[in-house]
Design a protein around this ligand. Structure first.
Ligand code: HEC
Length: 112
């Protein structure tokens, strides 16, 4: 039993180290290169949807099915970068990525 736990911990650590974290691997990887700042979008969502629950729900909804009508991004951004591709992350990874996204920026924003 103890061994099993150690093995699982090692696997989890290995995953962290190799960047399996879906937020880094997916969101950051693409945004770093091809798209506008994740930070700016976070605050735009926060202003529009205000609560943690509503922000997360709107993000998940958008990522699963981005449309011009729903987009918070400006016309200029949409023209320059095009619409964000629909996410290919599974639900578990998507929720994990959104939770990370929230955790990272809510700290900088110093909100509860
Ligand atoms: C393959 C590239 C790519 C990936 C992967 C990606 N994005 Fe994006 N994202 C974009 C582009 C391009 C835009 C700007 C156009 C738009 O808003 O749809 C964008 C826009 C956004 C927006 C603003 C949406 C709006 O309402 O306009 C948010 C928030 C966002 N991304 C968060 C994420 C998160 C969180 C992830 C990971 C789960 C992610 N993105 C993964 C390319 C990507």
């Amino acid at each position: 039993m103890g061994r099993l736990i150690v093995t699982i911990l090692l696997i989890l650590l290995g995953m962290q180290a190799s960047g399996i974290d879906p937020y880094e691997r997916n969101c950051v990887a693409c945004h770093k290169k091809f798209s506008p700042s994740l930070e700016k979008f976070f605050f735009d969502y926060l202003l529009k949807y205000s609560s943690e629950r509503r922000v997360k729900r709107a993000l998940i909804d958008y990522l699963k099915n981005p449309t011009r009508k729903k987009a918070i991004a400006s016309e200029e951004i949409l023209k320059r970068y095009g619409l964000m591709p629909k996410t290919h992350l599974c639900d578990t990874d998507l929720h994990e990525a959104i939770d990370r996204y929230w955790e990272i920026y809510k700290v900088f924003g110093k909100i509860k």
